[in-house]
Design a protein around this ligand. Structure first.
Ligand SMILES: Nc1ncnc2c1ncn2[C@@H]1O[C@H](COP(=O)(O)OP(=O)(O)OP(=O)(O)O)[C@@H](O)[C@H]1O
Ligand SMILES: [Mg+2]
Length: 236
């Protein structure tokens, strides 16, 4: 029998006002695996991530997390069950220090009984942050802010992290380090990830599965090797 999916997105439809952006988008993320979601600008990648978390009020379709249907639940309940979004442009509190950022999010996410990743675990993963706990987050470099954003997304008991273009503004060596960390966290903790990226070559290095969107519809869903062989690879 095949392993059950960690995240199962079924026939997701979403949009803004009277404009439908996503048309029956379906894909699955397996535990410990990275799904790379690719597609041209404006094809609906961010909308997909937002709809999965409950941030698109026109969303229809089904979202299952760990065998439980969550699409009727509010964002806070989905986060409590381990869905996390690392938004485009970084989800940090710029006017708080690194330490305060970690404490605020830990206070919200680490209260659950099965909380696995606390502030100390995050600081072990990102030692560069540990020595700068009283530095204002807004004064960090782009790469450091991205590390902090990933650290915040990992606090508590993450089960599936949705990363929206985390490599933007990062030097190539930092992109590689960040992606290695994403893969390591996924493999070691059985966490799943949906990675939206413009940096196709870097994201393909950690992809276990590839889904390609075009005009809000899935046009390819398969392994990285199959993606490279597919008719849609010339998009990139
Ligand atoms: N808040 C909004 N209100 C109205 N239309 C929106 C809104 N956000 C996105 N859209 C539209 O929805 C479509 C999909 O946008 P989305 O941001 O999901 O694309 P994307 O694939 O993430 O693009 P990019 O690669 O540029 O980040 C686009 O046509 C965009 O103009
Ligand atoms: Mg986007």
């Amino acid at each position: 029998m095949s392993e059950p999916a960690l995240l199962d997105v079924k026939c997701l439809v979403a949009g803004y006002g009277n404009k439908t952006v996503l048309h029956d988008v379906s894909f699955q993320v397996m535990p410990g695996k990275v799904l790379t979601l690719l597609g041209h600008n404006g094809c609906g990648k961010t909308t997909t991530l937002k709809a999965i978390l409950g941030l698109n009020d026109r969303a229809k379709g089904e979202v299952w997390l760990g065998g439980r249907r969550v699409d009727q639940e509010p964002v806070s309940a989905r986060v409590a069950q381990g869905l996390r979004l690392l938004p485009e442009g970084r989800g940090i509190f710029a006017t708080l220090t690194i330490g305060e950022n970690l404490d605020v999010v830990a206070d919200r996410n680490c209260r659950v009984p099965d909380s696995r990743i606390g502030v100390q675990e995050v600081l072990k993963l990102f030692p560069a942050l540990a020595g700068r706990l009283s530095t204002l987050a807004g004064s960090l470099s782009g790469g450091q802010q991205q590390m902090l954003a990933l650290g915040l997304a990992l606090l508590g008991s993450p089960r599936c992290i949705l990363l929206d273009e985390p490599s933007i503004g990062l030097a190539p060596n930092l992109v590689e380090r960040l992606f290695d960390m994403v893969r390591e966290v996924c493999r070691s903790a059985g966490v799943g990830a949906v990675l939206v990226e413009q940096n196709v070559s870097a994201s393909m290095k950690i992809a276990d599965h590839v889904t390609i969107l075009n005009n809000g519809a899935v046009v390819f869903d398969g392994s990285p090797d199959e993606a490279r062989e597919s008719n849609f690879w010339h998009f990139f």
